[in-house]
Design a protein around this ligand. Sequence first.
Ligand code: NAD
Length: 389
Amino acid sequence: MLGDSGSVITPNAPRAGTKNIACAYRIATAPCRFGARAIIAAFFNPETYVWPSPGVGHALQNSMRVLVTGGAGYIGSVVAEQLVKDGHDTLVYDNLGKGHRGAVVEGAKFVEADLTDGEALRRAFVEQGTEAVIHMAADSIVGESVANPSKYYRNNVVAGLALLDVMNKCGVRRCVFSSTAAVYGEPRRQPVEETDPTRPTNPYGETKLAFEHALRWYECAYGIRYASLRYFNAAGATPDRGEAHDPESHLIPIVLQAAAGKRTHVEIHGADYPTRDGTCVRDYIHVADLARAHILALSILDQRSAIYNLGCGGDGYTVREVIGVAREVTGRDIATHTGPRRPGDPAVLIASSAKIRTELGWSPQFQDLRLIVESAWAWMQAHPYGYGK
Ligand SMILES: NC(=O)c1ccc[n+]([C@@H]2O[C@H](COP(=O)([O-])OP(=O)(O)OC[C@H]3O[C@@H](n4cnc5c(N)ncnc54)[C@H](O)[C@@H]3O)[C@@H](O)[C@H]2O)c1
């Protein structure tokens, strides 16, 4: 028994070489044989739809024991969902500060504890026989980080180091880290590449970068390999898991909340940027594509560490374009109010994912903004109270 969740640690799945995961995921990232229409239809018929679960047969033979920190949160819950579908022994480790018990996928073990609880973490590693960590747990609201840097240094750096220290003591030597493209600050060129300068403009980006630096030195000293994934805006949902932050700070759920009548309007922060319609251009990446990238990144850790950007691969979308697509998808009016620019909001932020496409064969399957918004809307309609009631 672990933590106070009452979840029982079950016997470990057989271990197999991680290099086989790469093989499974070459299949996973092969061109999708499910048409976009089928996927859209599926969101609206969740009971009859079988969500594509790429490479599941292979993954079952090549199971890894993976602990997901923050696996009850938005992205982490989808990572855990895909790990379980792929047959990996999955343990979600989350303090439920912002996550939801209802988001934890059936089939995963669950430990409710904080990263700084070294004994709970050690027991989780030992009882699961953890082979790799996917580290998603963090605080990640830019504005809050500016107002309260102490919270961000404590959780994103200090608690992160506590995790690495227990990993080191327990001989867990693989870490996929959910970083952020906020490490680039205000990039001088677009799309931003991994070799571009990192100059964060807020404590959120700064603390993520500090943890990346720590990973580099922990690799040198202790041999912990890492893959650091940098991306901008996660969006969309799977049929069972979606975004339920309170307060919500991300554009797509905010726009959909306005469509659902849960807020009066959407605030547009500046319409005088040098972009196609004056509003900021951003990169949106479907949460299922992100999850696939995190799991795929596990496959390189037997050979080396790496840093990868993840992006949607196109020109990005303006704020007005997002609102326009949301109006079409929901068939509802969405009121807007245009205010001044927010300090530190660059006109365009797009990540190049050329490196991970070339080296690991990853490519987004849900690149079209319409698919992303449709999935988020379908989830919101099926879960009007999020994970509550
Ligand atoms: N959402 C995005 O658009 C986005 C973009 C780039 C990077 N990221 C990164 O992805 C990760 C997940 O983001 P998200 O949007 O799913 O966030 P989220 O807040 O939904 O999930 C974070 C989870 O971590 C848990 N957690 C936080 N601190 C913890 C601690 N000390 N101990 C145990 N559990 C803890 C929370 O309870 C929550 O369930 C974060 O690391 C974030 O920096 C997110």
